[in-house]
Write a protein that binds this ligand. Structure first.
Ligand SMILES: NC(=O)c1ccc[n+]([C@@H]2O[C@H](COP(=O)([O-])OP(=O)(O)OC[C@H]3O[C@@H](n4cnc5c(N)ncnc54)[C@H](OP(=O)(O)O)[C@@H]3O)[C@@H](O)[C@H]2O)c1
Length: 327
């Protein structure tokens, strides 16, 4: 038996229950992992609330680190006793022990602690695929401007540092002056408090009227339309989240007059469908973290039993950097 966090129906944080569940042996292609720490992500809120509809009952959580306890047939990249970490589907990381597919589980370098591993896999692999794989025509080069919304959040602070390491001029938005200062301290070249400043006007001012080559937008409903107006001709609108609500339907016809823009909606889970691409992306993330170019900032820690409070805090925009659940 193990303690796990489950919901029986979509709804608010009050739907979250701590239950005892039975954990069996791993089948072919699976491992059993005993968690040391669990990562909290905004996608957990969408899966809990029902913005992303999933079958019930649902064990929540998409990210964790721990020690491999058992290995199923056909798994060759992990062995019993390995330190490991993952960002994965299916959900179910809010627990002490679980059985899960092995293909998205990576060995964690000794230099990276369990807490850091739990905090960084989903958010760091997201920063990786955005800045390294979600690019405008012709790619990005040092000195190029990009706009990154919610720059002081979990994904945001990693992206600020990674963009800085790539020589990009990242313009970060955040909802308070304190959050803006944090993004700046982590490598954002410019910051905009979008709670009180017109971010379109400020982007135009910062870029000398040219606009940015890419907007990375995880805020969704509140920022999508105005983000299009921040792009230079042929620029890329990379939507990857809905923290303020889903983006409203729009006509592709609006993209022509705004400068023949490109729009994409990305999800990490398309990038990590194979073991090879997951490991390739993870190796790059591990290198950024072990070299010190990206520091994983854990600003909030909650006990697993207090996960409902963790959700409330995340949804209320009261967090910065990463949040983990301790065991
Ligand atoms: N598609 C993918 O592959 C993928 C993968 C990972 C994450 N994501 C998305 O990336 C975003 C960041 O994820 P995260 O886990 O690191 O979360 P986070 O950035 O730490 O937290 C979300 C932030 O969004 C901002 N926000 C703006 N409007 C909001 C609203 N109405 N309600 C709540 N927050 C609002 C807040 O920052 P301010 O107060 O500064 O505005 C808040 O702190 C999320 O939207 C998530 O879904 C997508």
């Amino acid at each position: 038996m193990t303690l796990a966090v489950r919901i029986d129906q979509h709804g608010g944080p009050e739907e979250i229950k701590l239950v005892d569940v039975t954990v069996g042996e791993p089948g072919p292609g699976e491992i059993r992992i005993r968690h040391k720490a669990v990562g909290l992500n905004f996608i957990d809120v969408y899966q809990r609330s029902g913005l992303y509809q999933l079958p019930m009952p649902l064990q929540l959580g998409m990210e964790a680190s721990g020690v491999i306890e058992a290995v199923g047939a056909g798994v060759t990249h992990l062995k019993v006793g390995d330190r490991a970490a993952y960002a994965s589907q299916p959900p179910g990381s809010y627990c002490e022990v679980r059985v899960m597919p092995a293909k998205c589980v990576c060995r964690l370098p000794d230099a990276i602690s369990f807490e850091t591993g739990a905090a960084m896999m989903l958010k760091g692999l997201t920063a990786q695929y955005l800045l390294r794989r979600t690019l405008p025509q012709g790619g990005l080069k040092a000195g190029d401007h990009v706009l990154f919304h919610a720059a002081a959040g979990g994904v945001g602070l990693i992206a600020c540092q990674w963009a800085h390491a790539l020589g990009l001029q990242l313009i970060g938005t955040a909802g308070s002056d304190e959050k803006c200062a944090l993004a700046k301290a982590h490598g954002a070249a410019h910051v905009i408090n979008y709670a009180k400043e017109d971010f379109v006007a400020r982007v135009k001012e910062i870029t000398g009227g040219k606009g940015v080559k890419v907007v990375y937008d995880s805020v969704g409903k509140d920022t999508f339309d105005r983000s299009l107006d921040c792009l230079s001709p042929f620029g890329l609108m990379a939507s990857f989240g809905n923290a303020s609500g889903p983006v409203a339907p729009f006509s592709p016809g609006i993209l022509g007059p705004k400068g023949s823009l490109y729009v994409t909606r990305q999800t990490l889970f398309t990038h990590i469908t194979t073991r090879e691409s997951t490991q390739e992306m993870a190796d790059e993330l591990f290198e950024m973290v072990t070299s010190g170019k990206v520091k994983i900032r854990i600003d909030q820690r909650f006990a697993l039993a207090d996960v409902a409070e963790a959700h409330r805090t995340l949804e209320a925009r009261k967090t910065t950097g990463c949040t983990i659940l301790t065991l």
